[in-house]
Design a binder for this molecule. Structure first.
Ligand code: GTP
Length: 947
């Protein structure tokens, strides 16, 4: 095994560091003190550190010698010889070898193999065998300097002493003391003679007998004398040696190990210190290397340095942590306390709520729908639908329930229905219609169609035309509806509010007033978005449609094209083999308008519209206005019974007494029969369009009922939860209670509308069908929301946004609008809904909108939109959509948000700001930026149970 650097360094009594750097300078690849030293290195080291090695060896020998004085058996004689050799002057050295040789030759006995050298040394001065040479040697030594003499003396005496000791010990050990004493005595005698012969110092030749005596008598004295000489010699030596020596007398009484190890300990200390230094240097080097080259090593090294730092800072850190713990301790405890308290409170609140709920008496009016009842009770609408089915009633989510049903269902959930309903029930209970009392009534018609297709023109023509029989002056005022009498005496009532908004609004309020829809389509145009909407609304309400292809007088009129387009939308006209009546008219010139009216009557006949005029009137408020002179005025369309002057009534949450009635021509009327629109004066407050109008026994009762309804409505509004949502429909589908999924599709382009509706229709199964009640291009409008509300549909917006009005309406009416920009996601969601497995994962949180009022193009930054926040707030961290004409043209992140020149986190409504969109520059004045967040919402078990 090759020695390591530190071992060699130790041998040379130099630092490992020095040796390492020496070797490195010599071009050897040594990394540290642990590196092995090969022969070549050793050779160079020995050459360079020759002097050091010699010195080290001298020291070593010295130590050994001293150790031998106490434990001679352990001392190696050769080193003593060597030491002496090195210390002797040249002339002596020349002599000594001969002596040594001689003496060695004289070594007689194998027992003395080890001490042989000692004997040889011992014999180096006396040489009893050959006195002459010994004498020469002695004389030469005598002539030498004092120091040399001393050294020789020392060698002599030490050799003698050691030899004796060894002999004795050997003899004793073998138990042959007597024989052995004699045996070695001979050479010893020879050696001893010169020792004792001359000086008292011992540098004399002595006889063996004398030496024996000397040994026996005064060994201790000799030792002391020797030490005394040692001391003297040491004083003359170098400083280091001196110090070393000076310690000796003190350590005379110390153990051998002390003597041996004391300097070693010092050396080790020194070495350790140097090693540490080397380590540090290496560490630094390694770090530099790490940073430059080796990333792999980084963690390890970092760890090391980290550990060092940790060690250095550990106490400080502990203190700091403890301090922090002390500081933060109470806060954490407080937080935990607060949390626990909150939890307790919540639990208690839940309990109380539960108890309250159990105890609560619900106050419902007859007009509540399934969904409203579900919300009041706190169960899912599907559960109510299920209950109704058990009662033999097939109801939809928005269907109104009678009081009996409400009471029955509520009692199933432990609710008591408030007595308030009793008198409502009593009062509002519709008088039974005897068949003999039923009389034909005029049909109520609504005219719908796209903008500018001629709705108003048609209504005006009908109103003013001389088709209207027996009337002078015609219709003079607009009251929202009017009745015309045809030459054959038959009457038709027109709702004088063209367009589907009113129609749907009334439907949404539960007032189904329209019997027939006249769909006006301009022959010179085409089936347009509102045409489609109108069709959808009519179909959703299950109201028959009569198509009026208008403007056939115009040169570009192409009725067939319209018929074809209608057919594409599922409206196949009669002359094309379909069920829908169709008339080609010119509203402007009145062409075929009479034919249209006939068709209406025909349709009405088919419908066998009848009503009982012999009972208290019931109807719907079509329009209302506040008249300066007459107070609140409402147009009521009587649906059943006969309305008379003086009748007390309840209309929604208001009440009154019929003080006066007027027809559309401004004529005062006394009675109003079924399907007759009349202006009623006598309302306590302004009624709302769509309110039910019910004549009751007396005004006092009417007041009570109205007040009660108002209160109930407030409560219901307060409790109203989300009504129509895909999740709820999904739930209901899952339970098998809903057999179809009504959907309204709005998209940015017709292609998307078509693609979506086709894809969704294909999802229909035998059990559950997708029913697209309306689909169109463009932003989601209020009309869409109303339609959805009335039909229990959900709205799917693809790359479009709801208008702000639609958004508000959807919120207030609890209509779900789901917005998408990936067709696949729409299909997936609807599919899941159909499977009854829809799980909402992400929900959008609307934050605010800002209008782009200016556009700045800044180099390096891109386009910055100077905006005015119109609603909510814009957050820097939010996502944003850029909407142009209701169509989403960008969906991404806000890159920067500034107020003047400062970056801000948010900007509230009513303030201006600068907005830059991430990777998007095509911003134009008039665009709308909509900020939103995506909320990840996981459905809770309770929510699933309770929804
Ligand atoms: N030539 C011709 N023009 C017509 C006819 N019917 C309506 N118009 C014209 O078409 C334009 C629009 O007619 P309106 O009755 O206002 O159409 P509308 O559907 O009521 O329009 P909105 O009220 O905006 O929804 C008017 O200028 C009419 O004069 C028709 O049969 N022939």
């Amino acid at each position: 095994m090759p020695k390591r650097i530190y071992q060699i360094a130790k041998e040379l009594n130099i630092s490992s560091d020095e040796l390492v750097s020496f070797l490195q300078k010599q071009g050897f690849d040594v990394k540290g003190y642990m590196s092995p030293v090969d022969d070549k290195m050793l050779e160079i080291i020995n050459k360079h550190y020759k002097h050091e090695r010699e010195q080290a060896e001298r020291q070593k020998r010295k130590r050994e010698k001293e150790a031998r004085e106490v434990k001679p058996a352990k001392v190696e004689p050769r080193t003593v010889v060597e030491e002496i050799e090195t210390k002797l002057p040249a002339e002596q050295k020349e002599v000594e070898p001969t002596q040594v040789v001689k003496i060695e030759a004289e070594e007689p006995k194998p027992e003395f193999v080890q001490p042989a050298e000692e004997v040889a040394v011992q014999g180096s001065e006396p040489v009893t065998a050959e006195e002459k040479s010994a004498e020469i040697a002695v004389s030469e030594i005598k002539e030498a300097k004092d120091e040399t003499k001393d050294k020789v003396e020392q060698v002599e005496e030490l050799a003698q002493k050691q030899a004796e000791t060894v002999i004795e010990e050997h003899a004793e050990a073998k138990g042959e003391t007597a024989e052995l004493k004699e045996a070695p005595a001979k050479p010893e005698e020879k050696q001893a003679e010169p020792v004792g012969s001359e000086k008292a110092t011992g540098m004399v030749y002595v006889k063996v007998e004398e030496r024996k005596e000397f040994r026996k008598d005064d060994r201790r004295k000799r030792f002391e004398a020797e030490r005394e000489r040692d001391r003297r010699r040491e004083r003359r030596r170098g400083k280091r040696r001196k110090e070393f020596r000076e310690e000796k007398p003190v350590k005379e009484e110390t153990t051998v190990s002390d003597v041996i190890h004391a300097p070693e300990v010092e050396a080790i200390k020194e070495e350790t210190r140097k090693r540490k230094q080397i380590k540090e240097k290496e560490e630094k080097k390694r770090k530099i290397v790490e940073i430059d080259d080796f990333e792999i090593k980084k963690p390890l090294k970092r760890k090391k340095s980290r550990i060092e730092i940790d060690e250095a800072e550990i106490l400080r850190n502990i203190d700091q942590t403890l301090a922090e713990m002390e500081d933060s301790g109470p806060d954490i405890r407080e937080i935990i306390k607060k949390r626990k308290k909150k939890e307790r409170q919540e639990k208690e609140e839940k309990k109380v709520e539960q108890i309250e709920r159990e105890k609560r008496k619900i106050k419902v009016a007859e007009f509540i729908t399934v969904n409203e009842l579900a919300n009041i009770i706190g169960v899912s609408a599907s559960e109510i639908i299920k209950k109704c089915l058990n009662l033999g009633l097939v109801v939809s989510i928005n269907q109104r329930l009678d009081f009996d049903t409400i009471t029955l269902i509520a009692s199933d959930y432990g609710f008591e229905v408030e007595r308030a309903e009793e008198y409502l029930e009593d009062i509002i209970e519709e008088e039974p219609d005897h068949p003999e009392d039923l009389e034909p009534r005029p049909p109520v018609v609504t005219i719908m169609g796209h903008v500018d297709h001629g709705k108003t023109t048609l209504l005006d023509y009908i109103r003013q035309s001389n088709i209207v029989a027996g009337e002078a002056g015609g219709i003079t005022q607009h009251i929202g509806a009017y009745q015309v009498t045809l030459p054959n005496g038959k009457q038709i009532t027109f709702i004088d509010t063209p367009g589907h908004e009113a129609f749907t609004a009334m439907r949404a309020r539960g007032a189904q007033v329209t019997d027939i829809v006249v769909l006006v389509v301009a022959a010179d145009d085409a089936v347009m978005p509102q045409t489609v909407e109108a069709i959808n609304h009519a179909l959703a309400a299950n109201v028959p449609i009569i198509v009026a292809i208008n403007k056939i007088d115009k040169p570009g009129a192409n009725p067939d094209k319209i018929k074809q387009q209608l057919a594409e939308r599922g409206i196949l006209v009669e002359d094309w083999g379909g069920k829908y009546q169709c008339v080609e008219i010119s509203a402007k010139y009145g062409k075929n308008v009479d034919l249209l009216l006939e068709k209406i009557l025909l349709e009405a006949e088919l419908m066998e519209l009848k009503a009982n005029p012999k009972k208290r009137a019931r109807g719907v408020v079509i329009e209302s206005k506040l008249d300066k002179g007459r107070g609140p005025v409402g147009t009521v369309l009587v649906q059943t019974g006969t309305l008379k002057i003086g009748d007390p009534f309840v209309a929604g949450t208001t009440f009154g007494r019929v003080r006066a009635m007027f027809d559309e021509r401004g004529n005062r009327v006394e009675i109003a029969k079924p399907s007759t629109p009349v202006q009623v004066i006598g309302f306590d407050q302004l009624p709302e369009a769509g309110d039910s109008f019910i004549v009751v026994e007396d005004e006092k009762r009417a007041r009570e009922i109205a007040n009660r309804r108002a209160q109930l409505k407030r409560e219901q509004t307060f409790r109203q939860l989300r009504a129509v949502s895909l999740n709820k429909l999904s739930e209901q589908i899952k339970e098998g209670k809903v057999k179809e999924l009504p959907i309204i599709i709005k998209a940015d382009v017709n292609g998307s509308v078509e693609a979506l509706s086709d894809s969704l229709m294909k999802l229909s199964t035998e059990e559950v069908k997708v029913r697209i009640i309306h689909r169109a291009v463009g932003a989601i409008s209020e009309s869409d929301v109303l339609l959805a509300q009335a039909s229990g549909a959900i709205i799917i917006g693809f790359n479009v946004r709801p208008t702000s009005g639609a958004k508000k309406l959807a919120e207030s009416e609890n209509v779900e609008i789901r917005l998408y920009n990936i067709i696949y996601n729409v299909i997936e969601d609807v599919k899941k809904a159909l499977e009854g497995m829809l799980e909402p994962e992400r929900r959008e949180e609307f934050l605010g909108t800002a209008e782009v009022r200016e556009v700045f193009k800044i180099s390096k930054v891109g386009t910055v939109a100077g905006c005015f926040v119109t609603e909510g707030k814009i957050l820097r961290s939010a996502r944003a959509r850029l909407i142009r004409n209701g169509i989403v043209i960008y969906d991404g992140k806000i890159a920067s948000l500034k107020r003047f020149k400062d970056d801000v986190k948010e900007v509230e409504a009513g303030l201006e700001c600068g907005v830059a969109l991430e990777n998007y520059n095509d911003i134009k004045v008039g665009d709308v930026i909509e900020a939103y967040n995506i909320l990840e919402i996981k459905r809770k078990l309770e929510e699933v149970k309770g929804s």
